[in-house]
Design a protein around this ligand. Structure first.
Ligand code: AMP
Ligand code: GLY
Length: 426
């Protein structure tokens, strides 16, 4: 077997989880993470880089004789890093710039769904704030306002009334809170139901479906407080029955992948569909063109076997011989966030208890915003750690995960105590 030097691009708990699984693979020779964090340095060699600098990523890959690059976050994908790597004959996991538009532009992704009959909330597109406001005033029902471009997860306002929707238009289009990302906006119907994160890995033609997961976007227990990048996740969510999955594959996954092929931009990489499920009927909230975070952490916790054939098969354009398996039972991830998150956060706060939980069976701590300062691990970002556990049942996983969380501490630490509440029995 030809072993490969692998580089994971990114610095979150998603990338730590990927490094952890890739480092286990017999197909991996050296593993690098760029730029990584204190956790990735346990499984990989960290390399300094700006993830949005495609030329620097290509140069780093050449310098370290990297055979395979796995791109974690959306911004470099939308900026075309996979195309630049392919131009340099370096194998890369993730979609091309043209395919990454499914996440990079909400206008483009809604129009794509409309063209290909993929079920999504009814919508209208505006480039003019006055027209958007007139539309909101005449609608007479609650609406969702979305910035077109990438806005670090903050570009969506689910307005409870017209005043909130008008405020959102004002801040996005007149105050330019997201700069050029809101030159255009999408205004859409509010959907009701339960959200599910569903990922498939595609090689452009075929796909391998991953286990479903559920994220918790609000900061506080009971789904209260501001939206965040995700405060915790679990898998599998009971609402995602085999019947619902069959509908999602037939109505969403197959038409999406076919549509991308027909448009000459076959989708390779991880396609993450944010779905709303109401009475067993799925509707697409959004596409993402990469693994979810913290969804990836629970998926890697449940993954059974070698993850490399899946990633490599997608990148090479041939998943025909790849099948995957999941550990039975469930997995849960609880995010420990810094004080102040999701607004400005305090950094360089020492983290206690990591060594204590390191050897706990079934528990794995994936690092996000952490770095090593002298011999200590300190905070370096908003989401600091993703504490994961697997178990025979979701309740067992929850017990293990919260047992570990209780042994970790840092000043200002905040986390949700109710991850998995929709599915937990205890
Ligand atoms: P998005 O980035 O489009 O997934 O939006 C972020 C979050 O806003 C989603 O995870 C949902 O919680 C919420 N959201 C987005 N669109 C809608 C919608 N049409 N109806 C209700 N909630 C929505
Ligand atoms: N957890 C949601 C996301 O990664 O977009």
């Amino acid at each position: 077997m030809q072993r490969m030097n692998v580089m994971v691009v990114g610095s979150g708990a998603r990338e730590h989880a990927l490094c952890f699984r890739i480092a286990e693979s017999p197909r991996a020779a050296r593993v690098y993470c760029a730029p990584g964090n204190a956790g990735t340095s346990l499984h990989a060699t960290n390399l300094k880089v700006d993830v949005n600098d495609a030329a620097a990523i290509v140069a780093l890959a050449k310098e370290h004789a990297i055979d395979f690059v796995v791109v974690g976050p959306e911004a470099p994908l939308v900026a075309g890093v996979v195309d630049r790597l392919r131009d340099a004959n370096i194998l890369a996991f993730g979609p091309s710039e043209a395919a990454a538009e499914l996440e990079g532009s909400k206008v483009a992704s809604k129009e794509f769904m409309a063209r290909h009959g993929v079920p999504t909330a009814g919508f209208a597109v505006f480039a003019d704030a006055d027209k958007a406001c007139a539309y909101i005033k005449s609608a007479g029902r609650p609406l969702v306002v979305k910035a077109d471009g990438l806005a670090a997860g903050k570009g969506v306002v689910v307005a409870k009334d017209a005043a909130e929707a008008l405020d959102a238009v004002d801040s996005m289009m007149r105050m330019r809170a997201f700069g050029d990302a809101a030159l255009r906006i999408v205004i859409e119907e509010t959907l009701r139901g339960e959200e599910v994160s569903y990922h498939v890995v595609s090689d452009g033609e075929r796909f391998v479906a991953l286990a479903a997961a559920q994220d918790h976007k609000r900061l506080r227990d009971g789904d209260q407080g501001p939206n965040t990048g995700g405060m915790g996740a679990y898998s599998p969510p009971p609402v995602f029955t085999p019947e619902v999955e069959a509908k999602v594959i037939a109505r969403v996954i197959e038409p999406t992948l076919r549509g991308m092929r027909e448009e000459g931009r076959p989708f390779r990489g991880a396609l993450f569909c944010g779905l709303m499920i109401e009475n067993g009927e799925p509707t697409v909230l959004e596409y993402n063109v990469r693994f979810g975070d913290p969804e990836c952490e629970v998926l890697m916790a449940r993954f059974d076997g070698d993850v490399m054939p899946l990633l490599e098969g997608s990148a090479r354009g041939d998943l025909s011989n790849v099948s995957i398996a999941w550990r039975s039972g469930a997995a849960m991830c609880v995010v420990l966030a810094a004080g102040g998150y999701p607004s400005s956060v305090e950094k360089d706060v020492p983290i206690h208890g990591l060594a204590d939980v390191a050897s706990t069976p079934d528990v794995r701590v994936f690092h996000a915003g952490t770095r090593v300062q002298r011999d200590d691990v300190v905070t370096a970002g908003g989401r600091v750690l993703g504490v994961c556990a697997s178990g025979a049942t979701l309740d067992a996983a929850a017990k293990a995960v919260y047992g570990a969380v209780a042994r970790i501490s840092f000043a200002g630490m905040q986390y949700r105590r109710d991850i998995g509440w929709r599915a937990r029995k205890s």
